[in-house]
Design a protein around this ligand. Structure first.
Ligand code: SME
Length: 159
């Protein structure tokens, strides 16, 4: 599936509207179902000093449902606001293992009004699965879904 086809599908989901968590789940499903190398796809939402797992799709659940900002590849991306691409997870000492089959990973922060509100985390069973095209595509997806993430994140924060 092409990146442009997936962007069109995501646009349609966003235009349809609905509850933020349902919108984000539908976007996760598109990413997981249309790209063979995207073995596990999840969205983490920032809650205080932690990342909390939101919608995800993949063959297995992860034990890492709460990751402190600054820990793991996910926490690094949230701390810096920069995309992390790890071609070989076994060679990255920050890596928090979720699935034995994972070989590479990309984490794309989602910013809203100047702060990181969440991130897209994708694991691949293929080494070095994420190229510049994937990175540009996923950074575009992060921009598109940032309003829904900010809504979904704020409903979880007790006030
Ligand atoms: N590998 C991530 C943890 C999340 S799992 O991949 C779903 C990390 O190092 O932060």
């Amino acid at each position: 599936m092409s990146h442009s086809g997936a962007l069109e599908a995501i646009d349609r989901i966003l235009n349809r509207g609905g509850r933020d968590d349902e919108v984000l789940q539908a976007v996760v499903d598109v990413l997981h179902d249309r790209f063979e190398n995207y073995s596990w796809v999840g969205i983490y939402l920032v809650e205080g000093e932690d990342l909390l797992l939101g919608p995800w799709k993949g063959p297995q659940a992860t034990e890492h449902v709460r990751i402190p900002v600054g820990q793991g590849v996910c926490g690094a991306a949230a701390a810096t606001g920069e995309t992390e691409v790890v071609d070989d997870v076994n060679a990255d000492e920050r890596y928090l293992a979720c699935f034995p089959s994972t070989r590479s990973e990309i984490v794309v922060p989602i910013a809203h009004e100047g702060r990181v509100v969440g991130e897209i985390d994708i694991d691949s069973d293929r080494a070095a699965a994420f190229g510049d095209g994937d990175r540009a595509f996923l950074e575009r997806v992060a921009l598109l879904i940032s309003p829904a993430c900010s809504g979904a994140a704020s409903t979880r924060i007790p006030r």
